[in-house]
Write a protein that binds this ligand. Structure first.
Ligand code: SF4
Length: 274
C-alpha cells in the first residue's frame, strides 16, 4: 500500500462529480509501448469512460474512475510498468524529441531528460527526499533547440540545446532559463541564465536545488524562489560548470549525452518547425 499511497498523492485528483477521480499515468519522456497501450485500452474500458487524454507534460489521463477502484487501477498500471508516481512534478522532466529524430535539433534533449531524472531520483534515495518534495512544484522542461517544442521558456528550470565552439571543436551545451511558468494569469517566460556543457547540466540542477534549500525564505516555494533569486547569485554558484575555457573542459565535454561520438552540429528540416 505505500506505493499506492505515494502514487495516489501525486497522480490522482477528485473530480467535481462526487465519487469519481481522475488518474494520471506517468510516461517517462512520453514513451509507451504497443503492449502497454493495449492494456491501457482495456483499463479505461473497465475502470474509466473508455477514453484517455494526453497531457501537455507527456503523460496520459484517465477520467471517470470510481474512487474506490483507484487501488485496482494502480495495480494494473504497476503490472504493465506504468505505476510510477510524480506525474507533472520535479521528478517528471519533459523534453522534445531532440536529436533522436528531429533534424533541426542541436542536442539530444531526451538524453538530458533521462540524465536529470536519474540524478534527482538518486538524490531522493540518498537523503534528499525532503528537498525533492519541497521543490516538487518546479517543472523541468528541455528543448533540443531554441524553437521550444519542449516548452523550456515556461519552465521553472528550462533548457534549450545549443553549441559552443572552442577552438576547432564544438561543445554540446544547454542555455538555461529560470522561473518560467504557466498559471491562471497566463504564461510567464523564464529569465535567461547561463549556458552549460550538456554533461554538466544534471550537476547544475543539483546545485540549483541546494541553492534553493540554503537561501529560500520561510515557506517560499521553489518556483517563487527561482522567479526572484538574483541571476548573478545563480551564475556565481554555477560559474565553474558554465566555463568553456579549454583548461576547464574535459574530453567527454565534446560529446553529447548518450553517445561517445564527437559532437558536430548538423541541421536539416525540422519535424515541427521548418
Ligand atoms: S525543432 Fe522542436 S522538436 Fe526539434 S529540436 Fe527544436 S524544439 Fe525540439
Amino acid at each position: 500500500m505505500p506505493a499506492f499511497r505515494a502514487w495516489a498523492a501525486t497522480n490522482t485528483r477528485a473530480q467535481r462529480q462526487k465519487g469519481y477521480s481522475m488518474a494520471f499515468v506517468t510516461l517517462p519522456r512520453g514513451d509507451i509501448t504497443a503492449e502497454q497501450m493495449e492494456a491501457l485500452a482495456l483499463l479505461v474500458e473497465t475502470h474509466g469512460n473508455g477514453t484517455l487524454r494526453t497531457t501537455q507534460d507527456q503523460n496520459l489521463l484517465l477520467r471517470w474512475v470510481r474512487t474506490e477502484e483507484l487501488p485496482a487501477v494502480h495495480r494494473e498500471l504497476e503490472r504493465i510498468d506504468l505505476g510510477h508516481a510524480e506525474a507533472g512534478r520535479l521528478l517528471d522532466p519533459t523534453s522534445c524529441p531532440g536529436a533522436e529524430s528531429c533534424k533541426i535539433a542541436v542536442t539530444g534533449s531526451r538524453e538530458l531528460a533521462l540524465a536529470v531524472k536519474e540524478t534527482l531520483t538518486e538524490q531522493a534515495g540518498n537523503g534528499g527526499k525532503d528537498l525533492i518534495a519541497a521543490a516538487s512544484d518546479l517543472r523541468i522542461k528541455i528543448s533540443g533547440c531554441p524553437n521550444s517544442c519542449g516548452q523550456h521558456h515556461v519552465a521553472g528550470i528550462g533548457f534549450h540545446g545549443a553549441a559552443k565552439h572552442v577552438g576547432p571543436r564544438a561543445v554540446p551545451a544547454y542555455q538555461m532559463f529560470l522561473g518560467g511558468a504557466v498559471d491562471g494569469d497566463g504564461a510567464h517566460f523564464g529569465r535567461r541564465s547561463v549556458k552549460i556543457p550538456s554533461r554538466r547540466v544534471p550537476e547544475a540542477v543539483t546545485r540549483l536545488l541546494a541553492l534553493f534549500r540554503d537561501e529560500r525564505q520561510p515557506d517560499e516555494s521553489a518556483l517563487a524562489f527561482f522567479k526572484r533569486v538574483e541571476l548573478e547569485r545563480v551564475n556565481s554558484a554555477l560559474s565553474d560548470l558554465a566555463s568553456f575555457s579549454e583548461q576547464d573542459l574535459h574530453e567527454e565535454d565534446f560529446s553529447d549525452l548518450g553517445t561517445d561520438q564527437p559532437f558536430i552540429v548538423e541541421l536539416g528540416e525540422g519535424e515541427c518547425a521548418t
